[in-house]
Write a protein that binds this ligand. Structure first.
Ligand SMILES: [Mg+2]
Length: 347
């Protein structure tokens, strides 16, 4: 077992929590934020009424007629996500991002009391500075920390200590091991692997055959307690992403060009603030009819934060394509480089 407990920090109902910062009077009533026509995130009162993210807004309203719908405040969500990671980086010696709103942290604590204190401090700081709740899990490995943070939700801290961990390594339902695809899960269930301990009864070559060599190895490691406990820091962000929907619940429809411009503006501002310049851009267009996304890419010769350049490139990419009616768009600034290094090469 590792000497260093791992933390997993995860914002609760992130998009909804950000939207509720300026509407505290709605915190106790069912609220969901909408992207295009789908529920992107629901607060806990809405979840208690059966509202699920990913469902159609109109279905959610049928399920819970007093549900209040708000458009995803994209710019605010991205700003708060960036600020959350700034706090992670100043609170931990290593940060391994999971998504825009969750990460594994190595806070440098060598004992459990130190790690738990750091978790409480982190939660207080995020609540104070950003006005959103996060949950923190503490465990001896990344899996244990993540299981703990899941249990801590909403707005809590949970610890899986060594006694509980020993039990979980036998009794944990295989569906709670993250990263196993639906098909593999079905195949594992079919050979009788419902809980971690069931792995013991399966010949090694059969398990490898059913779930692949890498996953079989991971399951054996989890079983014996030698699974991944290393928080792998990302030296710098290699890309930044902004997203938008063409239509919203309470705002006028946007054209693809307006959507791209809004995303580029936000990306350039965020890149500049992070001291990074981009070398490439990717536009991912999501057609309204569903189906395959259209991906448009361009790489420049040098790195730049110049928004005029990126706006022109985005417009040019869109002009070269017959764009269908869109549900939304994702714009990614890629190949990010530190600004100081870029200026060195220029002068
Ligand atoms: Mg979350």
């Amino acid at each position: 077992m590792t000497a260093r407990p791992v933390l997993h920090a995860d914002a609760d109902a992130f998009f909804a929590s950000v939207a509720l910062r300026s509407r505290p009077e709605l915190a106790a009533v069912p609220v969901a934020v909408v992207a295009h026509v789908y529920i992107a995130s629901a607060n806990y009162p809405a979840r208690a009424r059966g509202v699920r993210s990913g469902s159609l807004a109109q279905d959610a309203l049928r399920q819970c007629p007093e549900l209040i719908l708000i458009d995803v405040p994209r710019a605010e969500v991205e700003d708060v996500g960036d600020a959350l990671f700034d706090i992670f980086h100043t609170s931990a010696t290593a940060v391994e991002p999971g998504s825009i709103e969750e990460a594994f942290l190595d806070v440098g604590a060598t004992d459990w009391a130190g790690a738990i204190d750091a978790g409480h401090a982190l939660r207080r700081r995020v609540a104070r500075e950003l006005g959103i709740p996060i949950s923190v899990g503490v465990g001896s490995t990344k899996l244990m920390a993540k299981l703990a943070s899941r249990r801590a939700k909403p707005d809590g801290l949970s610890v899986i200590d060594s006694g509980e961990e020993a039990g979980l390594r036998t009794t944990l339902p295989i569906t709670d091991v993250w990263g196993i695809g639906a098909t593999t899960l079905q195949r594992l269930h079919r050979i009788g692997v419902l809980r971690l301990g069931d792995v013991d009864g399966i010949p090694r070559n059969e398990l490898q055959h059913v779930c692949g060599t890498a996953m079989a190895r991971r399951l054996w490691r989890i079983r014996e307690g030698t699974d991944d406990a290393v928080v792998r820091p990302v030296e710098q962000r290699s890309s930044l992403t902004a997203e938008g929907s063409t239509a919203g619940y309470a705002r006028p429809d946007k054209t693809p060009t307006e959507l791209a411009e809004a995303c580029v503006e936000r990306l350039c501002k965020r890149a500049e603030r992070a001291g990074l310049a981009g070398t490439g851009i990717t536009l991912t267009l999501r057609p309204e009819t569903g189906g395959k996304a259209i991906v448009l890419k361009r790489t420049l010769v040098g790195a730049t934060t110049g928004r005029a350049t990126w706006l022109a490139v985005a417009a040019d990419l869109l002009a070269g394509e017959s764009v269908p009616r869109l549900a939304g768009m994702r714009v990614t600034l890629t190949g990010l480089l530190p600004l100081d290094r870029v200026q060195h090469t220029l002068f």
